[in-house]
Design a protein around this ligand. Structure first.
Ligand code: KG4
Ligand code: ZN
Length: 339
């Protein structure tokens, strides 16, 4: 039989629903939103409207693909935050109506913890072992960059975080300067494969402790391009791949410097990667090389679990269900949410 959890994710611009039976993933349906592309970033008002259109068909499909009826669901887990308020409201309101109709509990989930929890999903694409506790997770997404000490499924401590932009923002904002469409991270990744990562040098922050900063890199990239374009208006077009590769190398070096330091200081060598930017092929490769050098046990999620998805919400909901962590029906979404 097992415990069946329906997960709902609607924090940004992907509407997603997933079903798990215990730790096993039965379905994970994601509807992206093309509407934002022409604006060069997510437009909150349009995102909530698209969630409103997508949520019922996406949940229907997730249940059908899982072969699960509504009556078999034990609880519904939803993203309470952090995220765009209007987007979160769609997921949380849907969950309230759905659980009230079925007389089952609802479970709030922190989106960032959920990114980390993908390492506990059992599925055909993630058949391997999960990390042992405690482990360190480098969580890199569009809105957040954090080093997290994961003590168990529920207790996670942020030991380092960005003081300005997130790594994903650095990819996206610099990509925009190169004339690439939103989100720019995947385009930079693709271009970087053809380029020389050592061709250009950009500023790296000098921060104490485990905190990150990416705004200096963004400014240094902007000024560099501005100066070069004065000399040669075709500079970007003629050097795009090298620019992408050099930018990507710098972001990866910034990320890995602190991770290496945190592992050394804590003595923890169980290392995991999570969040949208962990789809980056250069980062994945660099982590593997680093793991080889320092004898880390490395856990890199399958690509489809890196960007926003409801499988991560469902698995987190499953562990919260086991502890009886249910939410009351006056729970409201949180644009900022800490753990
Ligand atoms: O975790 P996520 O899906 O959404 C947030 O919770 O923010 O992360 C989205 C971020 C975007 O900034 C996007 O450009 C970046 O992940 N991203 C990548 C790649 N795929 C997605 N960045 C670099 N390389 C990629 N392959
Ligand atoms: Zn995310």
């Amino acid at each position: 039989m097992g415990t069946v959890i329906l997960g709902i994710e609607s924090s940004c611009d992907d509407t997603s629903a997933a079903v798990v039976r215990d730790r096993r993933l039965l379905s994970n349906v994601i509807a992206g939103q093309e509407v934002h592309r022409k604006y060069g970033g997510v437009v909150p008002e349009l995102a909530s409207r698209a969630h409103q259109q997508n949520i019922v068909p996406v949940v229907d499909r997730a249940l059908k693909e899982a072969g699960v009826s509504r009556q078999e669901i034990h609880a519904v887990a939803f993203t309470r935050g952090p995220g765009l308020l209007g987007s979160l409201l769609v997921g949380s309101s849907f969950t309230k109506g759905f659980t009230a109709a079925l007389g089952i509990p609802m479970i709030e989930v922190n989106h960032l913890q959920a990114h980390i929890m993908v390492h506990f999903i059992q599925s055909e694409i993630s058949p391997g072992p999960s990390p042992d506790f405690p482990f360190l997770c480098l969580l890199v997404s569009g809105g957040h960059t954090q080093l997290v000490l994961v003590r168990n499924h529920h207790h996670m401590e942020i030991i380092g975080k960005t003081i300005d932009d997130a790594a994903g923002e650095a990819f996206d904002k610099c990509a925009k300067l190169l004339g690439l469409s939103y989100p720019g991270g995947p385009h930079v990744d693709k271009l970087a494969r053809e380029g020389d990562p050592l061709r250009f040098t950009f500023n790296k922050p000098r921060l104490e402790g485990f905190d990150y900063s990416f705004s200096g890199l963004k400014t240094s990239f902007l000024y560099f391009l501005r100066d070069q374009l004065k000399e040669d208006p075709n500079f970007i077009d003629q050097n795009k791949a090298d620019l992408a590769a050099s930018l990507q190398r710098t972001i990866i070096e910034i990320l890995l410097n602190k991770l290496r330091k945190a592992s050394r200081k804590t003595g923890i060598r169980q290392i995991a990667l999570a969040g949208g930017v962990s789809a980056n092929s250069g980062l994945r490769k660099a982590m593997e090389e680093e793991a080889g050098k320092h004898d880390w046990d490395l856990f890199i999620p399958p690509l489809s679990f890196t960007t926003d998805n409801a499988a991560m919400i469902a698995i987190t909901g499953y562990y919260r269900y086991l502890e009886g962590h249910f939410s009351s029906d006056d729970t409201t979404p949180l644009a900022r949410m800490y753990f």
